[in-house]
Design a protein around this ligand. Structure first.
Ligand SMILES: NC(=O)c1ccc[n+]([C@@H]2O[C@H](COP(=O)([O-])OP(=O)(O)OC[C@H]3O[C@@H](n4cnc5c(N)ncnc54)[C@H](OP(=O)(O)O)[C@@H]3O)[C@@H](O)[C@H]2O)c1
Length: 322
């Protein structure tokens, strides 16, 4: 089968199209013919091997152990493992690659059957692929921060691959939501349900009065120190950016003071997948497709993602024309 393979860390040029062996599903796995996948910051951090944590997570200190990237997948089932009884060959599904295993930058991928759900017929494969990792990660961060109905929640980076789900999920949990984005993304963030939108080019939210019960820094650009003053007493700040500072602030605020700083490792499992899939099937959670690239242009998609201005999700079309 055709796959985009990465055998050493480096710039987008390390991604090379190659013929590799088509995988076979284990007993609890399914083989998916990939129609669409995504590119986001985790892909290019793993390609670069930077920051160093990416090498630890990707499992290869000197060179990548996982040679095919692409965490999200939407496609049709080509083969079923002997213990899988919830799906049939030909079913159209969407979900996630198993962490630490080959991803969906390929014509076929094997994933545990518990990692996928039926694709809603109302969605194209490109739309469905744009959901799992972004929704799963934002779900874990918001839950870890203890989101509750009635809270005022600020989502920084509300227009990105994580932020678009942060806004929708926070509304689903019953919060009043403020999204922070650039001028061109205001209408999009509002369309996702944000009650208030702050244009960071015109207003610095960290200079507000103490307003927020929870700040979810989805884009990881504002520190706890910067956000602390705008949290209400007992408010929580959570960031997606793992740094020494956030670990020190987490420990410090756990022991002293009423406000909390947090980080978490978002390991998306079957429970999270079932949870966001319930919302997707009910038409309560959607993605925003920014650009679509064919697999052969994966390098250009990485470059675009690395520039840091994605409006929702960047999709890779592998096969089909959905
Ligand atoms: N910890 C984890 O396990 C984990 C998992 C996934 C992702 N992440 C991290 O989470 C971060 C965000 O991921 P993502 O997928 O959402 O990224 P993304 O899809 O590249 O989106 C980033 C968004 O943030 C906006 N933005 C840029 N600068 C901003 C600023 N100063 N204030 C507010 N918004 C700003 C960008 O639009 P404009 O430039 O137009 O404003 C863009 O829409 C990345 O650093 C990624 O590495 C961490």
């Amino acid at each position: 089968m055709k796959a985009m393979v990465v055998t050493h860390y480096g710039p987008p040029e390390v991604l090379e199209i190659q013929e590799v062996e088509k995988p076979s599903p284990a007993n609890d796995e399914i083989l998916i013919k990939v129609h669409a996948t995504t590119v986001g910051p985790t892909d290019w951090h793993f390609r670069l091997g930077s920051p160093f944590l990416a090498r630890i997570l990707a499992g290869g200190l000197r060179k990548p152990k996982v040679n095919i990237l692409g965490f999200d997948v939407s496609g049709s089932i080509a083969e079923i493992g002997s213990n899988v009884d919830q799906f049939e060959t030909g079913d159209e599904v969407y979900g996630l690659a198993a962490f630490g295993k080959n991803g969906a930058n390929a014509e076929y991928i094997c994933v545990p059957a518990t990692n996928v759900s039926m694709k809603p017929t109302s969605m194209t494969h490109e739309e469905a692929a744009g959901i799992p990792s972004g929704a799963g990660v934002s779900l874990i961060f918001l839950r870890s921060a203890g989101i509750r109905a009635g809270q005022h929640v600020l989502i920084n980076g509300a227009s990105g691959g994580l932020g678009i789900f942060g806004v929708q999920l926070a509304k689903h949990f019953g919060a009043e939501v403020t999204g922070v984005c650039s001028t061109g993304n205001i209408e999009m963030v509002r369309s996702l349900g944000a009650d208030h939108v702050i244009d960071y080019n015109k207003q610095d939210f960290t200079k507000d009065e103490p307003t927020y019960d929870l700040i979810y820094d989805a884009v990881g650009k504002r520190s706890y120190k910067e956000c602390q003053a705008v949290l209400k007493p007992k408010g929580t700040y959570i960031t997606t950016w793992a740094s020494i500072n956030i670990f020190l602030n987490s420990m410090w605020t756990l022991m002293y003071g009423s406000k909390r700083a947090k980080y978490t490792m978002p390991k998306i499992g079957p429970e999270e997948i079932r949870y966001f899939d319930g919302l997707v099937q009910a038409g309560k959670l959607k993605t925003i497709v920014d650009r679509v690239y064919p697999l052969e242009e994966l390098r250009a998609a990485h470059e675009y993602s690395e520039a840091g201005h994605a409006k929702g999700r960047i999709i890779i079309r592998v096969t089909g024309n959905e």
